[in-house]
Ligand binder design. Sequence first.
Ligand code: P6P
Length: 353
Amino acid sequence: MLDLLIEETLETQVTGKILTIQRHIMEMERQYPQASGDFSGLLYDICMAAKQISYHVNKAGLMNLLGKEGTENVHGEQVKKLDIFAHETFVKALDHGGHLCVMGSEEERDIIPIPEEYPIGKYVCLFDPLDGSSNIDVNVSIGTIFSIHKRVDPSETGAGTLEDCLQPGWKQVCAGYVIYGSSTMIVYTAGNGVHGFTLDPSYGEFILSHENIQIPKRGSIYSVNESNFDYWDEGFKNYIRWVKKIDEKTNRPRNCRYIGSMVADIHRNLLYGGVFCYPADLKDPSKPSGKLRLLYEAAPMAFIVEQAGGKATTGTQRILDIEPDGLHQRVPVIIGSEEDVTVVEEFMQGLRV
Ligand code: P6P
């Protein structure tokens, strides 16, 4: 049996069928002879964090057997809320590699400096360590979202600053998400297309499974939380009325699919086509620009979707053009298939009623 297994493994390596994310990153790096390997090292660290988070997310259902949050589990470990665990895992995986000068996380109010005992690098990483974590208890897919910039002044060698974090999305050098679903996948772009890698738990490697993802120009799905209908402005309400009307010529009514986990909703639309909307609403006066965050949710997702041939806007402005004014700034998000996003924009700008 073992001989058969070894033979199979050799066969796949010989035929080259299996491309790990590490080899993919190295092959991408070879396109840049001047590359220092710094960027590749940062991506390896992110993959490591993703594997650790995946293991604990998949085990979360057993946590009740292994100990309640805030208690010690059977291994004598402190049981933590998974989003705190994910945050700490990401920070610990990235803070000592010498690739970053500063980090920003949804879980931390302020920027996260690199501990003084570790070397300072030239990149910035902003992340939502576990988006949609309220869905964990019901086994719904959740995700990690990350965005990578170069520091503003490449000649600077000291600690990174808030200014290094507050850069517009078009300056990202890389963006990606990890989706913890029926399988764990990393989907990322470094500006040369969008590629998906599925974790093979049998040997703990992310394997290329979705090369050069292209989002369909139009889809039959719209993703939105319709319970907010009465809080929306008239333009977006008109879009929702339009998308639900019967009209076979324009493929309506469209299908409403909403998981309530941004990574899962956008991942599905990336592969099938469609539009995800989280517009501004009057539901919470403290969130006049909607719920989703610019730096570590909207901007990385916008980079990915645009690289896949889609579109990402607030309804009036390209998301990647927004000049950030705060680490946790919120923005309206209309993102997905180019033609579908354009229709939503036309309604939101009053060009259609
Ligand atoms: P609502 C999850 O809490 C999240 O941040 C995103 O992942 C998701 O798209 C959105 O909020 C869902 O928000 O208001 O529809 O529950």
